[in-house]
Design a protein around this ligand. Structure first.
Ligand SMILES: C[S@@+](CC[C@H](N)C(=O)[O-])C[C@H]1O[C@@H](n2cnc3c(N)ncnc32)[C@H](O)[C@@H]1O
Length: 366
């Protein structure tokens, strides 16, 4: 992923994004209220077809093949090495659900949504599409019924190993996942870098920091800061390239290893973005305990996580919660659940800063 050696543009204020999301949700509810219930259910049943269509578009690189031109499906079929009539039918359905536009002359063209699947889009969603539609993820979802019975990860039940062990054995899938996470984090990094007062610290350790997207944005916005970036060795190889390209590598110590073994000790601040939602409570406490061991009393931990209340009605947040149990036995949590995890692991809950997607939840080491 290419990110500039300068801070990313400032995001709109979190409050504006939260208000826009609430307005969209109200419109969705109003639409649902006037949709015949059978039709509403019928549309739900096609969820798998929607995922497959988006993933197919990403795999065939339809967006980049279209570029700025309008083209007939049969013109794309040969370079994609697919059957022309079936591609036409697939693209017609893609256009019907809002991915690509179908013109009156029968040619297809990109729209704002399909452009996010371009390899070169600054905020490309292509890797997310490839990850969500990967055989391993979809096969895990097929075991969701078993997960509801056992409460255990569908991925592990299906594949016999955890998603992280799977990634160790499938480096291509790991790279796709790491890029997808990096891109998602790039969307949010400017917001998170401003959400929490990083200026109050001299150094921070980003635990499970992935490709270094958040760390590099924080470092670019706070030139006095140094960082320790920890993750699996293969992930840090990718991170090194990004940190170098953004001109901050000299201010970063790479610390490969597992957060179940050890975490670099002595930083003033520890950050963990979207780590605990990957794990159940027992393992979350274990990770927090190991991080706590690395911290001096009074040092700060900040968890960048989405908050999910018991009666939350946001589709993306509640579905994300399910993706977590399917993929890795994780869960999205409420602030009370984070408080309980922190208090069981040698912290007290500090300040909570509300963000548009993830919030900053501060833990103070006791
Ligand atoms: C959901 S991703 C979040 C990555 C990054 N914090 C971000 O938000 O972009 C979870 C990260 O945890 C890392 N991870 C998983 N198990 C780990 C372990 N045992 N030790 C260290 N890192 C681990 C993964 O490699 C991955 O980068």
């Amino acid at each position: 992923m290419k990110l500039p050696p300068a801070p990313l543009p400032d995001p709109p204020p979190a409050r504006a994004l939260i208000a826009a999301r609430a307005a969209l949700l109200a419109i969705e509810r109003a639409t649902r209220a006037i949709t015949p219930p059978e039709l509403a259910l019928w549309e739900m049943l096609f969820g798998v077809a929607r995922t497959e269509l988006v993933t197919l578009a990403a795999k065939l690189d339809l967006t980049d093949r279209l570029g700025d031109r309008a083209r007939f499906a049969h013109e794309l079929a040969a370079p994609c090495e697919v059957q022309a009539d079936t591609l036409f039918r697939a693209m017609r359905a893609m256009a019907a659900i809002g991915l690509y536009s179908l013109r009156d002359d029968g040619r297809f063209e990109n729209n704002a949504v399909s452009r996010t699947l371009s390899k070169s889009a600054p905020r490309s969603m292509r890797d997310a599409a490839l990850y969500f539609g990967s055989d391993s993820n979809l096969a895990a979802w097929r075991s969701f019924g078993a997960t509801v019975k056992t409460g255990e990860s569908a991925f592990e039940a299906t594949h016999g190993v955890s998603v992280w062990q799977w990634f160790d054995a499938h480096p291509d899938e790991l790279a796709t996942f790491a890029r997808a996470m990096g891109r998602a984090t790039a969307l949010e990094a400017p917001m998170l870098a401003k959400l929490y007062p990083f200026e109050d610290f001299r150094d921070f350790c980003d635990v499970g920091g992935g490709s270094g997207t958040l760390a590099s944005e924080v470092l670019l916005r706070h030139p006095h800061l140094r960082c320790v970036l920890s993750d699996a060795p293969r992930v840090l190889e990718e991170a090194k390239v990004l940190l170098e390209a953004r001109g901050v590598l000299s201010r970063v110590t790479l610390a490969p290893g597992s957060f179940f073994d050890d975490v670099h000790a002595g930083c003033e601040l520890y950050t963990m973005k979207n780590i605990l939602h990957d794990w159940d409570d027992a393992r979350s406490k274990k990770i927090l305990g190991i991080v706590r061991r690395a911290m001096k009393p009074g040092a700060r931990l900040v968890l960048f996580e989405g908050l999910l209340d018991r009666h939350d009605r946001r589709p993306e947040a509640t579905l994300s919660d399910l993706q977590m149990i399917v993929a890795c036995n994780g869960r999205e949590r409420s602030i009370d659940e984070f408080r309980a995890l922190l208090e069981a692991s040698g912290f007290r809950l500090g300040r909570v800063f509300e963000g548009a997607v993830n919030c900053a939840i501060e833990g103070i080491a006791l």
